[in-house]
Design a protein around this ligand. Structure first.
Ligand code: ZN
Length: 222
């Protein structure tokens, strides 16, 4: 039996009974805290990284954690984003890239993708991030170039996200927040995009600084 099928049996016998109440509650509906967009890479375990339970993240995964810019063409990402943002009213969207990303390695070297025509075309949605690296990172080592690409790709896909009408409407209303992350598979570190400094900073200091700023703004308003 494949390991994943054995896992289902284990889930039914020992995991489900312990969380029966949660699953019964979930059968009545969902109200996820975030739309979480990340890469399909098998090494990313979203629930483990974020320590969330079923029902808390609405997840879209694809090679390269890509969000195609909005067009009149309907795709799976576009429909899922629309549903999460306009029907489920998620208050947050996270785009989470990761280290050792095969898709980003491919985006950097598209000439190696001739045998994978769909992958090659899909990764053209990251082309602008590659251009930024070519322009700004020409003096960097290969490892630093890749780090820059992982980050720039997240920043680019955040921009693409804003072209989706449902996202634009919620951003205008002010009740939707976008987050750009990069997860390090080897160290477990997660860095978050800080728009003010246009850089990626450790997730703990990013959110601590944000909370402090909010408390300060609240204090000033009072
Ligand atoms: Zn990846």
């Amino acid at each position: 039996m494949p390991k994943f099928a054995e896992g289902v049996i284990k889930f039914q016998n020992s995991v489900y009974p312990e969380k029966k109440e949660l699953f019964e509650k979930l059968s009545k509906g969902q109200s996820p805290e975030a739309l979480f967009i990340t890469c399909s890479d098998s090494r990313i375990e979203t629930a483990m990284i974020t320590q969330t339970d079923p029902g808390e993240l609405f997840i879209c995964r694809n090679a390269g954690n890509i969000v195609p810019p909005h067009t009149t063409h309907t795709g799976g990402m576009t429909a899922s984003i629309e549903f999460a943002v306009a029907a489920l009213n998620v208050p947050h969207i996270v785009i989470c890239g990761h280290t050792e990303c095969g898709a980003m390695k491919g985006a950097m070297n598209p000439e190696g993708l001739d045998a994978l025509p769909h992958v090659k075309e899909w990764l053209s949605y990251s082309r602008a991030a590659v251009s930024v690296v070519e322009q700004m990172g020409s003096d960097l080592s290969e490892a630093d170039k890749m780090k820059m690409l992982l980050e720039q790709n997240v920043v680019l896909q955040l921009q693409h996200l804003k072209t989706h009408p449902a996202v634009a409407a919620r951003l205008a209303k002010g009740d939707l927040k976008l987050h750009g992350w990069v997860y390090d598979i080897k160290t477990g570190d997660v860095s978050a995009y800080d728009e003010a400094s246009n850089s990626f900073v450790p997730v703990d200091s990013h959110y601590a600084a944000e909370a402090a700023k909010m408390a300060h703004d609240k204090g000033c308003a009072a």
